[in-house]
Design a protein around this ligand. Structure first.
Ligand code: HEC
Length: 103
């Protein structure tokens, strides 16, 4: 019983830390200039909308990481996302993973 409580607490703590780290990462790399997590759309789509659109698509993570790195247009409208080439690959991966988990 004790072990179960411990495991659950540890899991909850890990989840909280990940979400926070990624929101901070989005701020650090200025993604938040054009994206909000949820609510009213700004320049780019909200991350909740992105997560909904790609829910259940296995290759979404790889495709979106590529898109964030190189930039692009045409999926959400005519406004382009500029390339984010200066953002380390590991950070892009972490960001995309987090974005896809937004509910
Ligand atoms: C200058 C504004 C701007 C910045 C900065 C920006 N984005 Fe975007 N982003 C956009 C726009 C506009 C779109 C929609 C592009 C389209 O319609 O294809 C978009 C689309 C996306 C998508 C969905 C792509 C798709 O094909 O569906 C993801 C994921 C994303 N951005 C993540 C990020 C991340 C992570 C960062 C920070 C590293 C970031 N964006 C920084 C403007 C921006």
């Amino acid at each position: 019983m004790k072990a179960l409580i411990f495991a659950t607490t540890a899991l909850a703590l890990t989840a909280a830390t990940t979400a926070q780290a990624s929101e901070e990462l989005a701020k650090k790399h200025l993604c938040t200039t054009c994206h909000v997590v949820k609510g009213a759309k700004t320049i780019g789509p909200t991350y909740a909308d992105v997560a909904k659109k790609y829910a259940g698509q296995k290759d979404a993570e790889a495709r979106l990481a590529e898109k964030v790195k190189k930039g692009g247009t045409g999926v959400w409208g005519q406004v382009p996302m500029p390339p984010n080439a200066a953002v380390p690959d590991a950070d892009i991966k972490a960001l995309v993973k987090w974005i896809l988990s937004v509910k």
